[in-house]
Unconditional design. Structure first.
Length: 99
């Protein structure tokens, strides 16, 4: 799974609407990709902060622009970042996500 595929499943991940096999792939990606890990952490914090607030519907144009900006940023972080992180012996090993 790459960042683009991960982001496409992000809503399902947060809604708990994701099949177990795909969930395992998502967790594996999160264990290897710092950028997506930050996105999940930030999104979880945002959900927590605004959980009691009234929902706000983004205008479709704004939602499209935001989605495009995130996807562009993720395209810039591609696989070389993940490979370099795993190859660096000074960094801790990725957590076991098979549970």
């Amino acid at each position: 799974m790459n960042c683009t595929e991960f982001l496409a499943k992000l809503t399902d991940y947060f809604d708990g609407q994701i099949d177990p096999e795909l969930l395992a792939e998502v967790k594996e990606h999160l264990g290897a990709c710092h950028h997506c890990e930050v996105i999940v952490s930030t999104t979880q914090q945002t959900i927590s902060i605004y959980r009691k607030e009234e929902p706000y519907e983004f205008p479709e144009e704004l939602a499209d622009r935001l989605r495009a900006a995130v996807m562009k940023r993720c395209a810039e972080c591609g696989p070389p970042v993940r490979k370099a992180r795993r190859a660096d012996p000074a960094l801790p090993a990725s957590p076991d996500v098979s549970r």
